[in-house]
Design a protein around this ligand. Structure first.
Ligand SMILES: [Zn+2]
Length: 138
């Protein structure tokens, strides 16, 4: 039985958002539709690198303690578009949490209540900054 295996928007299947360890999924309606809009805006396929994470899996991969992934309000996305193109499109669509991961080539997006932008290099601390600085940061 293919649980979670069905289209939820034109380009996304619910399965793509499920937890990598247990296949559970909890994902916000708004977030899914904004990712569909993001895909249309950049005009290129988007791969969901990480959608929902159960608390246990989030601990295993050393995700942030209060990660929005656990709440079904965050997604890490990969596309062949460059990271700044994704960041800009996400910002224009009103996404408030945007993190750039240049070493791993993905962008974290979420719809938290207050704006927050950061760059995270592998094995380095989070660097928080304005959205303008985010675009300039390598
Ligand atoms: Zn899990």
């Amino acid at each position: 039985m293919a649980v979670n295996d069905f289209q939820i928007t034109e380009h996304f299947n619910l399965k793509e958002f499920q937890c990598k360890c247990c296949e559970q999924v909890k994902i916000g309606h708004d977030l899914v539709f904004v990712i569909e809009d993001l895909r249309k805006k950049i005009g290129l396929p988007i791969t969901v690198v990480s959608g929902y994470r159960c608390p246990q899996y989030n601990t295993i991969i050393e995700g942030a303690k209060d990660s929005y992934h656990i709440q079904g309000r965050a997604c890490d996305v990969y596309s062949t578009a460059d990271l700044n193109t994704i960041c800009k499109a996400a910002n224009e669509l009103g996404l408030t949490g945007i993190g750039k991961y240049p070493d791993e080539n993905f962008v974290h997006i979420d719809n938290r209540d207050q704006e927050c932008y950061w760059v995270k290099h592998k094995n380095k601390p989070y660097k928080y900054m304005s959205f303008e600085q985010l675009l300039k940061s390598k």
